[in-house]
Design a protein around this ligand. Structure first.
Ligand SMILES: Nc1ncnc2c1ncn2[C@@H]1O[C@H](COP(=O)(O)OP(=O)(O)O)[C@@H](O)[C@H]1O
Ligand SMILES: [Mg+2]
Length: 253
């Protein structure tokens, strides 16, 4: 198996790491039946890929053999954001190559310089990938991966733009909905939750990302909700009364 070098996946500040860790723990507690986790959001730029990449790194860091599949075939920026290159300098093949029958899984599945972290990247963007995603090769890719990996994290396009994520959900066990705090209109989030409820897989949690906490968060910031619980490692919200927390949870649902 070829090795991809990931040059850009910086450690996060303690509070962000801690919030994401809560999400990771909740996913772990969902049981052995939750292995393939789809990360989605309503619109672009809410932090789907950020959440996906960091959950991947965290699971791998704990010794879980974890695969990240970049299934945002339309508009993936992961390769440049992670600054990924093949160790031997050759050209990388990705999901679309496999789905269109141009290569086999072994050709687009890479180990990385992060121990236990494997990736099937997107290397070329596709204008209309829905037919590829609906084809049987996508499901086969997930089924083969299930046998090999402890966790499979699937990064997807936004729900409100295209139907890709809903199609992808058919092969997954659960979803994490990423919401950009203070930006994504509540109605849009509610609509996304409705869309996800129509799928056959559970909504495992909502990652409320990019919440501006004022000082202390630095470049990275976020709070994460999971299974209806509200997490914040520190800051004002930690001191909220139970009633205030419940009110926040209610608004999010
Ligand atoms: N919690 C965060 N703190 C700082 N930057 C973030 C955070 N979440 C996302 N970003 C940045 O915002 C941009 C958009 O995030 P990304 O994960 O690519 O969104 P999406 O995949 O939903 O389109 C990226 O440059 C990413 O690094
Ligand atoms: Mg993305």
């Amino acid at each position: 198996m070829k090795e991809v070098l990931i040059n850009q996946l910086p450690d996060l500040p303690f509070d962000v790491e801690e919030s994401l860790n809560q999400l990771r723990i909740n996913i772990s507690f969902c049981g052995d039946g939750i292995k393939v986790i789809m990360i989605t959001s309503s619109v672009p730029n809410e932090g789907k890929s950020f959440v996906a990449q960091n959950l991947w790194r965290m699971f791998a860091g704990l010794g879980m053999k974890t695969l990240l599949i970049d299934a945002d075939l339309r508009n993936s920026e992961m390769r440049t954001k992670l600054d990924m290159h093949l160790k031997d300098g050759s050209k990388m093949q990705g999901v679309a190559y496999y789905l269109s029958g141009q290569c086999e899984m072994n050709d687009c599945l890479y180990q990385t310089n992060i121990e236990n972290a494997f990736i099937i990247p997107t290397t070329t963007n596709v204008v209309n990938p829905i037919i590829m995603l609906e084809g049987e090769r996508f499901g086969q890719m997930i089924e083969v991966s299930r046998k090999v990996f402890d966790y499979i994290i699937v990064d997807t396009p936004p729900l409100q733009s295209v139907a890709d994520a809903l199609t992808i959900s058919r092969s997954c066990d659960g979803t994490v909905l990423t919401v950009r705090g203070g930006e994504t209109p509540r109605k849009l989030v509610a609509n996304s939750v409705q869309l996800l409820k129509r799928t056959e897989i559970p909504l495992l949690g909502v990652a409320l990302n990019r919440v501006n906490k004022g000082s202390g968060g630095g470049k990275y910031y976020g709070r994460y909700y999971s299974k209806g619980y509200y997490y914040s490692s520190y800051g004002k919200d930690k001191n909220d009364s139970k009633k205030e927390r419940q009110e926040k949870e209610r608004k999010l649902k």
